[in-house]
Design a protein around this ligand. Sequence first.
Ligand SMILES: [Zn+2]
Ligand SMILES: [Zn+2]
Length: 645
Amino acid sequence: MSEIKITLPDGSVREYPSGITAHQVAQSISEGLARNIIAAKVNGQVVETSRPITTDANLTLLKWEDKEGKNTFWHSSAHLLAEALEALYPGVKFGIGPAIDNGFYYDIDFGDHKFTGDDFAKLEAKMLELAKKESAYIRKEVSKAEAIQYFTEKGDQYKIELLQDLNDGEITFYEQGNFTDLCRGPHLPNTGFIKAVKILNLAGAYWRGDEKNKQLTRIYGITFPKKSELDAHMLMLEEAKKRDHRILGKDLEIFAFDDDVGPGLPLWLPKGAAIIELLEGFAKKTEKEAGYQRVKSPHIAKESMYIKSGHLPYYKESMFPPMELDGINYYLKAMNCPHHHKIFAATPKSYRDLPVRYAEYGTCYRYEQTGELFGLMRVRSLQMNDAHIYCTKAQFEAEFKAVNELYLKYFKVFGIDKYVMRFSKHDPKKLGQKYINAPELWLETETMVREVLVNSGIPFIEVEDEAAFYGPKIDIQIWSAIGREFTLATNQVDFAQADRFDLYFINEKSEKERPLILHRAPLSTHERFIGFLLEHYAGKFPLWLNPDQVSILPISEKYQEYSEKVLNVLKKSDIRALIDDRSEKTGKKIRDAELKRVPLMLILGEKEQTDNTVTVRKQGGEDLGSMTIEAFVEYVNAEIEKQLN
Ligand SMILES: [Zn+2]
Ligand SMILES: [Zn+2]
């Protein structure tokens, strides 16, 4: 039998007989590993662990911890859900059942039966009972005629409809236990991997998203390989509900939406605007120290620029429709990059000027479907912490490293302890089609990117064949304090735009040379980042970032004058404070300051007035005792200094 070479993600190469499966490869490494392999990625394609490998291949063994592993796990769970439903409610008809970010769903036509929340427990129990049978997911290639016949006999019109769009030779069935589904795969080795099940909720969903069609019941669920992981997830969901940025944003008067302004267009209330100013101040200072220059660009531009940049026609669906002026179409900008390229081109550049780093908190406008809009997380107007770096190839590594260090600095300041960088690379076979045809540049930059990531000790994963058309990219995934995952931003290398915009600098040999471009936005957009921070901090913004740092609480109106004196000292020291001069009891004032998440409270009465002091109470109840006003100012400044460094 012929031998094939299997290259593992760490670069090691092993030889195996042709026809080996990923499961067997895992076994040859260790039995423990083999038990935990959910699926395999062979030359960029995710397949079952039982699929024979017959050519030299790059192989990644996917575990639960991997995104594609979870995806396979949850999609397989949708099949298990369907098997359980068919056992409980014979005759139900099935739409589609994909994995989603956190779990999976299946669209079901229950006929006359009314499926409700009361049925969840029964369904979960059935799924677990079937999972215990450890039924293998068996792949079968079938002809279109056979497939149609099978579902015609079963009376599953939705599957027949799906089959109409498929061709002979690409149709597969998957069978586990008593259930057969039309599916492309891949799936788990067997149902026994699924150890914990939770049905989450129900929604109505029109078949194929078309409201002219019948409304099916969409059942959302999630599954885990361990019961303890399900428990932790449910706890996290409960906490996430309390920290919902849409509710906190309203309660804390940070942002609002208004019908007359339009969906997805947030209004920033004074407190929200204060947070934005503070974030920008911090970012601008950091960027200035890192050698960035600030630029400004208009919110609209002519169609011709977006044709040049390639946004039109490819990105057209994500842009607002054009507006016509003097017979010319103008578009609201969806990205700042083209504007910055024009700024680069506006003055001649020599190699001595590089690297050039242009930064702008640019407002962009993107069209998101109404149904996709979600609080601050999915919006139509966004203020981006954007910058573009133009550098020579020799400068690339240092620039890329500096950008990564910026990310790490921000993670530290915002208390983001868990993060992963997802490094997306090209596929050499697709050069000139999916990827710009610059083989050496791809290899060089990818090698440099990897070196920087390895040397800085940043956790990262490499993914094949997911780069942008114009260069390798890094998506940054972060986790909030309660363990929910967010995709923060991307950091991209760009070989294409310099060409499109004819950007060049004069090199040491007095020749024109194209710069490399880096796109980066570590703090994402104000919308997404503040949405994240609301959850992450549960609304308790740290002292440096809190719109109200200090609440002054006179215990009666006798101390109003002294309170104003304290307020003035704080104001002069740039500390944001307010006086709660309502004629409420002190206890009530403290509770309200707690609800507003004010970090520090100053309680002022007879003793404080006489001694010219303040009594300090921290949010949450810690008593810092009494101190002079000057000592308090010093304390605040020292705390902020600590938080920002
Ligand atoms: Zn499937
Ligand atoms: Zn850009």
